[in-house]
Design a protein around this ligand. Structure first.
Ligand code: HEM
Length: 487
């Protein structure tokens, strides 16, 4: 049965509690006032009105897939849905034309939203807007130019080979493991080696758990954030405090670690030279630290989730896995794949793209409206949190034929050209789109191709896996796997 149908059989919308949809023609879904319980939960957040926690209220609707609640809202109320969540007006937009308005046409009137996530990102590029954002992004952009990928591929391969050694041990012992942790540590290793010219100077399994401690919004209530910069924040709960301490130590460790080869042109050397440039005083040492933090979260979590979900899909459908293997065999055979080979791995690349359609790691892009506007006939007020519901559009039957079925072929040949713009936004859009998106496709395409040629990963978790919609779309409790060596 299609995944969507299974998830869509959710109860009605009445469980939404404190949430009410603004609709003058209809009775609100629920008009209950914000409760003390809610403020107790949000109390102590970096921003006590953090949207991440509030959105988690929607998870009450369907324990397997909280996205279905939002899909139901979209279906019932149309493309623009103003929702009052406690004391915050949140506007869900679900139509591609509206995405374009927010991300491109009126981009300067919708600024980034990152409150409550400062310990993860600090003041890095991803949290900034306007001229300062441009000053920070510009000097780093060359590290992500496609011309650099050929240089990065040998480092990606080294990281993939190390992962294969580990998997060979897991295959021998027969033990099960959590796939997102495996792919997270792989993605972190690839970034450190290719972009920083370093081996990971930290235990990635420990750091992975730290990041999870924080990005699971249910932990936010434990955080008492007093001061973000300067590394001083007071935390009341031990686990979270420890997690943040470990996380804060990572960038200085990366900077202090010995370079592997002393390469001259890496992302890290680019960052170091801006710090040394007196004409860009804003880009100070703290900025460099926060940029590294950003890459080790934004560049690993998303890439890792995509690869883990892709392996899940490939383990469920042996034909997908076999086609990936056959393509690898034909394109690069027994030698190491090159940048040109990556270009020829059309099906494998489409598997990664289709995975990001069904499981967009960033399921909703969040902005704050700075000016009054109107979208789809609905009023937008300054201060509104505007959620671009990428998952909804990716799963809409209006734009995708049989949207709940995994079909990589959608991304092959001319199909992409026929697609309506902004119906597929896993990497965002406009000038704030993902800086590392193209690179992550190279990482994941090569990783799945190489890993599947030696192994048969077997998903051993619950079917279908539940989804947690926190900052990212993550499998609830992870994805349990065993792995087998192919004979
Ligand atoms: C599958 C992998 C990835 C996905 C799905 C993804 C997704 C996204 C999305 C949706 C945005 C825009 C968010 C918004 O507009 O609110 C974004 C921004 C960003 N991503 Fe990625 N990303 C991925 C991989 C990477 C990698 C590999 C890196 C770097 C190593 C990276 C670094 C960044 C940075 C720095 C930004 C902020 C850009 C800016 O604000 O100008 N991402 N990413």
């Amino acid at each position: 049965m299609a995944r969507w149908k299974r998830w869509f059989r959710a109860p009605g919308l009445s469980y939404l509690g404190i949430i009410s949809v603004e609709d003058p023609t209809m009775t609100a879904i629920s008009t209950a006032a914000p409760t003390d319980a809610t403020s107790a939960h949000t109390e102590g957040l970096g921003d006590e009105n953090s949207i991440w926690f509030k959105l988690s209220a929607l998870q009450r609707g369907n324990e397997h897939n909280p996205m279905s609640t939002l899909m139901q809202l979209a279906e019932r109320y149309g493309g623009v849905i103003p929702v009052n969540m406690g004391n915050q007006r949140v506007v869900f937009v679900t139509e591609p034309d509206h995405f374009k308005r927010v991300l491109v046409t009126k981009v300067d009137d919708y600024i980034k939203y990152f409150d409550g996530l400062k310990p993860i990102f600090g003041k890095s590029m991803i949290t900034n807007d306007g001229a300062l954002w441009q000053k920070i992004r510009m000097p780093q952009q060359p590290a992500f130019h496609p011309d650099m990928f050929a240089e990065y591929i040998p480092y990606f391969l080294t990281a993939i080979r190390a992962k294969m050694e580990l998997w060979a041990g897991l295959a021998k012992s027969g033990e099960s493991f959590e796939m997102v942790e495996q792919t997270w540590t792989l993605a972190a290793d690839m970034i450190c080696k290719a972009l920083f010219d370093r081996d990971m100077p930290f235990n990635p399994h420990v750091v992975f758990k730290c990041v999870k401690t924080y990005t699971d919004v249910m932990n936010h209530k434990a955080v008492r954030l007093k001061m973000v910069h300067g590394g001083e924040f007071e935390l009341t709960e031990d686990d979270t405090a420890k997690a943040m301490e470990t996380w804060a130590a990572v960038p200085p460790d990366v900077m202090a670690a010995n370079p592997n080869e002393g390469r001259e042109r890496t992302l890290l050397t680019m960052i170091e030279s801006v710090v040394a440039d007196p004409s860009v005083p804003e880009f100070d040492t703290q900025q460099a630290i926060d940029e590294i933090k950003q890459y080790l979260w934004a560049g690993t979590e998303t890439t890792a989730l995509t690869l883990a979900w892709a392996l899940y899909e490939a383990s469920k459908d042996p034909e997908v896995a076999d086609r990936i293997r056959r393509e690898g065999e034909q394109v690069y055979g027994d030698r190491d794949p090159t940048a040109a080979d990556y270009g020829a791995l059309a099906y494998t690349r489409a598997v990664i793209q289709e995975t990001m359609r069904i499981y967009p790691p960033i399921w909703g892009l969040i902005r704050v409206a700075t000016k009054a506007d109107e979208i789809g006939g609905k009023e937008i007020r300054p201060g509104d949190r505007v959620v671009l519901f990428a998952y909804g559009t990716h799963h809409s039957p209006k734009y995708w034929d049989d949207p709940e079925t995994f079909k990589p072929e959608r991304f092959m040949g001319d199909a992409a050209k026929r697609r309506k713009p902004y119906t597929y936004i896993p990497l965002g859009g406009g000038k704030r789109s993902c800086i590392g998106g193209a690179m992550s496709q190279v990482e994941n395409t090569l990783a799945i191709s190489i890993l599947l040629r030696r192994f048969r990963p077997e998903y051993v978790g619950q079917e279908p896996p539940g989804i947690n919609a926190t900052v990212t779309l993550t499998p609830k409790g992870g994805l349990a796997f065993k792995v087998h060596e192919l004979g």
